[in-house]
Write a protein that binds this ligand. Structure first.
Ligand SMILES: NC(=O)c1ccc[n+]([C@@H]2O[C@H](COP(=O)([O-])OP(=O)(O)OC[C@H]3O[C@@H](n4cnc5c(N)ncnc54)[C@H](OP(=O)(O)O)[C@@H]3O)[C@@H](O)[C@H]2O)c1
Length: 295
């Protein structure tokens, strides 16, 4: 480990799995690293590797010009930082906690009121990838603040993207991308349940399920073109056909007494478009149908 005096100190608040990965990465890159966590015992490995464990969040903030916070959500961010707010003036807070775009903007305003620079960030990869070439971290907030800390943040690895001055923009990408992820995850576990009910083991289904996953990148490109142009003319596969396929799944799952909540909800959106006379259009049209759904 090389604590080069040339590298600026970094503080990491929050030592869940991701906070530990972040702190270990800064430490490994040679940044003097101060850590703090509500549950202090989680700092033991980092301290053994050279991190300094602060006694309070305020002491941790005071230790570095760059303070990274990564906890459960923004309620936890405020639980950690409100008692340390007096130390934030003149420092930069990089909030890598996931939450909503609105809360990112509110937290940016809160930090500005304290005289702190603020970047909001979204980590789009698991802990094991942090610091490596496949890492992806999205940032938003003032460009000057990002540029000032870019060399330090670059050690988190892979690709770092500054998405603009609006502090909510990283979180906006995060929620949209996690919409893809969690909706897909829900489909994956439902498919395994359905397969199991039909005496197909998960291992037997996987090779074919991966084939379905491999179709999705081209579909995303096609949908993006259609959605950005607002052109939804059916092209070989239309909404009516898609909704009928969804019904086969729902009927089979119901026959086995399985929960069908996720697909029933998705099917209802498709039906709404079909009932509005758009059954021959592309499935991509549903991006507009969803946007018009009354709350
Ligand atoms: N893990 C991943 O692969 C991953 C990937 C991308 C993004 N993220 C994001 O990174 C953030 C942190 O994730 P994580 O994996 O480290 O685990 P997490 O379970 O989301 O967060 C755990 C951390 O939050 C702290 N915390 C929770 N409630 C608190 C409160 N009321 N007051 C003070 N501290 C509180 C915990 O402190 P204690 O240790 O004291 O409980 C711990 O430091 C999340 O926003 C998550 O969405 C995680």
């Amino acid at each position: 480990m090389n604590h080069s005096p040339a590298l600026p100190p970094v503080t990491v608040l929050g030592l869940g799995p991701m906070g530990q990965a972040l702190a270990a990465t800064f430490l490994g890159a040679g940044h003097p690293t101060t850590v703090w966590n509500r549950t202090a015992g989680k700092a033991a490995d980092l301290v053994a590797r050279g991190a300094v464990l602060a006694g309070t969040a305020a002491e941790a903030v005071a230790a570095s010009p760059l303070v990274v916070v990564c906890v459960l959500d923004y309620d936890a961010v405020h639980a950690v930082l409100d008692p340390a707010a007096g130390e934030l003036a003149g420092r930069t807070l990089v909030n890598l906690t996931a939450d909503t775009p609105g809360r990112a903007r509110a937290t940016a305003a809160w930090a500005a009121g304290l005289g702190a620079g603020y970047l909001d960030g979204a980590i789009m990869v698991p802990t094991t990838v942090v610091g490596g070439p496949s890492a992806l971290v999205l940032y938003s907030g003032p460009e000057s603040v990002y540029e000032a800390h870019r060399p330090t943040l670059a050690c988190l690895g892979g690709t770092a993207v500054h998405l603009g001055a609006d502090p909510g923009r990283a979180a906006a990408h995060d929620v949209a991308l996690l919409d893809v992820f969690w909706t897909a995850m829900s489909g994956i576990v439902h498919a395994f349940a359905l397969a199991s009910a039909e005496d197909i083991s998960a291992a037997d289904l996987v090779p074919y399920a991966k084939g379905i996953g491999a179709l999705l990148p081209d579909i995303m490109d096609d949908f993006a073109r259609r959605i950005d142009r607002g052109e939804y003319a059916g092209d070989g596969s239309d909404l009516l056909s898609a909704a009928t396929g969804m019904e086969h799944i729902i009927h089979t799952a119901r026959g086995h007494g399985l929960d069908t909540g996720v697909l029933t909800a998705a099917h209802a959106v498709a039906r709404r478009a079909i009932d509005a006379g758009r059954g021959s259009d592309s499935f991509a049209l549903l991006a507009e149908t969803i946007a018009r759904t009354p709350a």
